[in-house]
Design a protein around this ligand. Structure first.
Ligand code: 13P
Length: 285
């Protein structure tokens, strides 16, 4: 069933586990994620990245998710990731998204507060949750790779209380050393900073850049307050590797699509299983 982020993350915060969020774009990905999350008895975020929107995404993505959500017995959050356009946010909410992120990480502190506050105001009338970002999680934006590697700006603990109070946001993404995309060298998360942020923050914390981050550092981040983490790069890599393997192995000119779609779903499911287990979210439903 569909639910909001707020409805599931307070339990995660209290019991010190995290709920993974997976970016996805097509039916094969949505099903690969949901089938495995269901078998693991884990809540899950299905996340849509606005960089992947095209003129028919609103027809397909939310319609598929809404149509299948009630067939699954786990809580599913349909979440808009990294939006910075209020029209896109409204469109998502109109189409049944239960959670949206306003990403004001490239704005000044005051502008970020103002735009996040406006997002919260809009989302409230839909009963949806809002995630914001304070500091900046850099790395590579996979839909605009020409921008190159964007450096991190770590979140300042002294800004957290004011930001949360003035925006009314439900969950907060923080920058503690992870980055989007693949890592040129392994990250070193600032766990002492995370502890401070968690102590200062009245709402659950989110970590972007969950792919490629060593498991022991992820575990430490979850123990110290991360309640949701985002994964996309690892799914893209797993799907692509399987895709290439299938292309070499299948010799027919007209293979049956379900055969290779099932393999792609399995590759996606294996990433979902690894991340869900790492998060400690399995068996929570
Ligand atoms: P990765 O690139 O590490 O998978 O992070 C994805 C993400 O944070 C999307 O918001």
């Amino acid at each position: 069933m569909l639910c909001t982020a707020k409805e599931i993350l307070n339990d995660a915060r209290e019991k010190r586990y995290a709920v993974p969020g997976f970016n996805c774009i097509a039916d094969v990905m949505i099903r690969g994620i949901l089938d495995r999350a269901e078998s693991l008895r884990s809540p899950v975020f299905l996340m849509l990245y606005p960089g992947e929107l095209d003129d028919k995404t609103w027809w397909y993505y939310p319609a598929i998710v809404r149509a299948v959500a009630d067939r699954y017995t786990i809580p599913i959050v349909m979440h808009l990731d990294h939006a910075n356009d209020l029209d896109v946010i409204r469109a998502a909410l109109d189409n049944g998204f239960t959670s949206v992120m306003y990403d004001g990480s490239s704005l000044s502190f005051d502008q970020n507060i103002e735009m996040t506050r406006r997002t919260v105001e809009i989302a409230k009338s839909y009963g949806a949750s809002v995630e914001a970002e304070l500091g900046l999680v850099g790395g590579v934006d996979f839909s605009a790779r020409e921008k190159g590697n964007i450096p991190n700006i770590l979140t300042q603990p002294d800004e957290v209380v004011t930001f949360v109070e003035r925006t009314g946001v439900d969950l907060l993404a923080v920058s503690i050393g992870t980055a989007h995309g693949t890592y040129p060298q392994l990250p070193k998360l600032d766990i002492p900073l995370l502890k401070e942020l968690n102590a200062a923050c009245s709402v659950p914390l989110v970590l972007h850049g969950g792919s490629g981050t060593p498991d022991d550092q992820m575990r430490s981040a979850i123990e110290n307050g991360i309640c949701k983490f985002n994964v996309y790069t690892d799914i893209r890599i797993a799907m692509w590797n399987r895709f290439r393997k299938i292309a070499v192995e299948l010799k027919e000119n007209d293979p049956v699509p379900n055969g290779y779609f099932a393999q792609l779903r399995e590759a996606i499911g294996d990433v979902v299983e690894a991340k869900t287990t790492l998060a400690g979210a399995n068996g929570r439903v």
